[in-house]
Design a protein around this ligand. Structure first.
Ligand code: ADP
Length: 501
């Protein structure tokens, strides 16, 4: 193993002084009480068959801290040969020890993982913010506790699968290939690994190339937890490594979360094979704000819906549809609120909006900012200062946009909200549904009947009412249309990892 170096990142949380109070949206918050010292290695090898092994071509790639542009560490680049080795290790574990284990023992391992995640929560939170750019308040209060919550939830199902699906005979699928994105690295790992293991499968997981640190720390945790070798294998690399997993002949299921473009490529590769798959792809969530809603509360909800995690959220509410007679007032309040948001150092607990995840994404969001102007939108950007180094974008509003504009139709995946108005509920529904996506939406109104009418009419996998971006392990999550296939979370998430005979 390579030598370890201790980063001098000592994070001392004090009382929460949050401008954007995302923490209050979750019940899992367990704020750390003392400082944490995080050890980041110079480089990380692949985790295959319970061991850290060098990549066959001995190639490593850099991971950059997007808030400083400095190198964080290096990860191994897994080739086809390495992926094959990982799949073989996963198959061996599936045929052997893991399948022989009784389900309650399997559950105990998953509980152990959940508890160890809680014990190491501070280190994971800091690593997530350094490697990916998200504000520490979010990593600390949302990502890591929620990741542990998914392991706790699915651990409980491990020995109750027959009760979950009465009259059926649940059987594990086998080896699952799992490819995850960079916006919620550890949380997406938990969404994938926890249900797969609970159902008795083994996994080969690939984290995103810009955010592999917490996945490799998770590999260390799995080793420490004493999981049988080969049950969890983690291979790092970019798109090519992902494609090797998708195309491997001995994989029974592919679970992918990422962009719609890559999702389409994967779906084409899988057509005609007998692999099962779930795809959780992009979105362009509409926030429908009616005149009867409590406006200040709604404005707060909208700010959370779009600026949480720099807008790097597939279910982000990135299109505001506001009833015409309150539109001016709402836009004014939104602009005032944008001015209070702090953009900057992800490790500062007062930061509301951290760094854009990578140079590539920074360029992509900026090109949409230019496009909006070309399309005739009016742009409002907050005037706060941003650090000189690193990739930062101030929270942005586009007004004066129309339904056909590309900034309204396409996923920007950054801190950018478009604002349109509507007169009637039917008009709002039509506009909300009129994009290629169907992942999430929100409704703000004082009237339960409107929530029901609009909520039922939205072609979205998730609809939140008078709140947004609230996640729970018990509830299914997934999309319609180009937002994906299949559901994760809850019982739906379990069935996606089983043959139900
Ligand atoms: P983004 O475009 O926002 O970076 P991607 O969809 O490209 O998001 O990335 C999500 C995950 O998919 C990452 O782990 C990435 O390495 C992986 N990936 C990218 N291209 C492919 C591909 N052709 N096949 C399989 N996985 C891929």
């Amino acid at each position: 193993m390579s030598e370890t170096k201790t980063k001098e990142t000592t994070y001392k949380p004090t009382s929460p002084n949050s401008k954007l109070d995302f923490a209050s949206l979750w019940e899992y918050s367990e704020a750390p009480e003392s400082s944490a010292n995080l050890e980041i290695k110079d480089k990380y090898d692949l985790f295959i068959g319970g061991k850290f092994v060098k990549p066959s071509k001995d190639r490593y790639f850099k991971s950059i801290n997007p808030s400083s542009n400095e190198e964080v560490t290096q990860f191994a680049e897994a080739t086809q040969k390495d992926v094959d080795k990982a799949v073989k290790a996963a198959r061996k574990a599936f045929k052997g020890e893991w399948s022989d284990l009784n389900p309650s023992s399997r559950g105990k391992y998953i509980y152990r993982i959940a508890r160890m995640l809680q014990e190491r929560a501070r280190e994971f939170a800091i690593a997530e913010s350094i490697d990916g750019g998200k504000p520490i308040r979010e990593s600390r209060d949302v990502d890591i506790p929620l990741a542990a919550a998914y392991f706790f939830y699915y651990a409980g199902w491990a020995d109750k699968l027959e009760y979950a699906f009465p009259g059926k005979k649940p059987e594990a699928l086998g080896v699952c290939g799992q490819i995850i994105p960079w916006n919620f690295p550890l949380l997406m790992l938990a969404w994938k690994i926890a249900p797969a293991l609970a159902c008795g499968n083994t996994v080969v997981l690939k984290p995103a190339e810009t955010t592999s640190l917490t996945a490799m720390m998770f590999a260390e945790l799995v080793k420490d937890a004493g999981l049988p070798d080969g049950v969890v294998n983690i291979v790092t690399g970019a798109g090519q490594t992902g494609a090797e997993i998708v195309n491997h002949k001995d994989i029974d299921k592919i679970a992918f979360t990422g962009s719609t473009n890559v999702g389409k490529i994967i779906q084409k590769s899988l057509a005609g094979t007998d692999k099962k798959y779930t795809l959780e792809l992009g979105g362009k969530g509409a926030l429908i704000l009616f005149e009867d809603a409590p406006i200040d509360q709604a404005v707060e909800g909208i700010i959370n819906a779009i600026y949480f995690n720099q807008g790097h959220v597939c279910c982000a509410g990135s299109r505001l549809l506001v009833q015409e007679n309150i539109a001016d007032k709402v836009i004014m309040k939104l602009k005032d609120r944008l001015e209070t948001l702090i953009v900057g150092d992800p490790l500062d607990k007062n930061t509301d909006i951290g760094a854009i995840n990578s140079k590539e994404q920074f360029d992509r969001v900026n090109s949409y900012l230019e496009l909006g102007v070309e399309e005739g939108a009016e742009v409002y950007q907050s005037k706060c200062s941003v650090p000189e180094n690193g990739y930062f974008i101030r929270p942005t509003l586009f007004t004066n946009v129309s339904q056909s504009n590309r900034v309204v139709q396409e996923e920007i995946f950054g801190p950018v909200l478009t604002v349109q108005s509507f007169r009637t509920a039917d008009e709002a529904i039509e506009k909300a549904n009129n994009t290629p996506f169907g992942l999430a939406g929100g409704v703000w109104t004082d009237k339960g009947s409107k929530i029901f009418k609009v909520g039922s009419a939205l072609r979205s996998g998730v609809v939140w009412a008078n709140t947004y971006n609230k996640f729970d392990p018990t509830s299914p999550f997934g999309g319609y249309k180009e937002s994906g296939v299949g559901r994760e979370g809850g019982l739906h998430g379990l069935s996606a990892y089983l043959n139900l005979k």
